[in-house]
Design a protein around this ligand. Structure first.
Ligand code: GLY
Length: 374
């Protein structure tokens, strides 16, 4: 059931290995990278409680000694204080230029651990062992690392590619259904942005993999990672095509900001709602078929996911307030907002040519619909 996807980046190329029970054999897979049999693991307290013992015995089986720093779980950890603590801890562990750091956790640990590796002694190698669905299909692959600033998410960081990614699909079994579905928002995004056949496969298999089918999970993660690897190989530093991966994110980030980046709306939930809104804008502009937004929403609903603004609890800003939050997005270039829109499901493109009024109308209608349902 195990699959390997190669991320082709010349001398920085690496494998993403996907399959069940990879933690137990992590030592044998990581050993060829090591100059000496010692690694430092950055993780969070939740992941440590659930899976650290399995990983450490997998490392010991190959004679690899490991030191561990377990940080608090949650987005607040992606900050200067925890970053400083991590880098200083790595120095205390005497991690040298030729050693390897392991980032073992979800997107927060992967981003922070990767950034710590990027700056430690001007850059040491690191291995991503992602434990959330979101991290397995998106954040662990492609080398974006960093932390949040008071001014916004992911504003401080570096491109630093991992040397290996081990996506153990067995650990997805300990995610809450809500976290799993939030990660699924990023999975379905790949179908919507670049592969109708994958979207159609997910329409059939999504409920099966959400229910726990391991083979279907391996297939979905592999399909997603392959799509991301292809895009990153074409455009590592996001000068062009890589922006396609941000489908749904301009709306999603505004909704996350409006809801306080917390439990009210998880990142993947914001992305899913954002994808539905991006298809709505595309349909209103006559770019895609009128049926496409309904088909996107129907699949998200079938999966039991948040689909519309009406699914977000509590207060939301009005359309102009949301537009203002969208204008603070990182994808603003020379003051112009860049959107990812679609010609059809499976065919997205980047554009700055989006009339503000169309976006505003879509938001006004979605907020009205929310009010009617409330
Ligand atoms: N998560 C989007 C990217 O890696 O480019």
């Amino acid at each position: 059931m195990q699959k390997t996807v190669r991320v082709e980046l010349d001398e920085r190329s690496y494998d993403v290995i996907i399959g069940p029970d990879l933690l137990a054999t992590a030592g044998a897979r990581i050993a060829p990278l090591l100059a000496r049999k010692k690694v430092a693991i950055l993780t969070d307290e939740t992941v440590a409680g659930l899976h650290l013992e399995t990983l450490q015995s997998g490392l010991s089986a190959a004679g690899i000694e490991s030191q561990v720093l377990a940080l608090p779980a949650g987005e607040a950890t992606k900050s200067w204080p925890h970053f400083t603590r991590s880098v200083e801890w790595l120095l205390d562990q005497k991690i040298e230029r030729n050693d390897v750091v392991i980032a073992f956790g979800g997107g927060v640990i992967g981003d922070l651990g990767g950034f710590a590796a990027a700056v430690l002694r001007r850059g040491v190698r690191f291995v991503q062992i992602p434990t959330s669905l979101l991290a397995q299909v998106d954040s662990s692959v492609g080398g974006k690392t960093g932390i949040n600033a008071p001014q916004g998410k992911n504003l401080i960081g570096a491109f630093h590619q991992p040397s290996l990614v081990l996506a153990d699909t067995s650990v997805l079994g300990t995610l809450t259904p809500r976290d799993f579905l939030a990660g699924y928002g990023e999975v379905v995004k790949y179908g919507m942005l670049g592969d109708l056949a994958f979207f159609e496969w997910l329409e059939t298999m999504g409920p099966v993999l959400a229910a726990g089918d391991l083979a279907a999970r391996v297939e979905a993660v592999t399909w997603s990672v392959q799509m991301k690897a292809d895009i990153v190989a074409r455009d590592e530093k996001e000068q062009g095509d890589r922006a396609l991966l941000n489908l749904g994110h301009t709306f999603g980030h505004a909704l996350e900001a409006a809801t306080g980046y917390g439990d009210r709306l998880l990142h993947g939930e914001g992305v899913a709602i954002g994808c539905a809104l991006a298809f709505e804008v595309s349909a209103r502009m006559g770019l895609c078929a009128q049926e496409d937004p309904s088909r996107v929403r129907a699949h998200l609903r079938d999966m039991g996911m948040k689909t519309d603004l009406a699914d977000i609890e509590g207060e939301l800003p009005d359309a102009d307030g949301l537009l203002e939050l969208m204008a603070q997005d990182k994808k603003v270039v020379a003051g112009t907002l860049h959107f990812i829109l679609a010609r059809s499901i499976g065919d997205a493109f980047v554009t700055s040519d989006v009339p503000r009024d169309v976006v505003r109308d879509v938001l006004v209608d979605a907020l009205q619909d929310r009010q009617n349902k409330g």
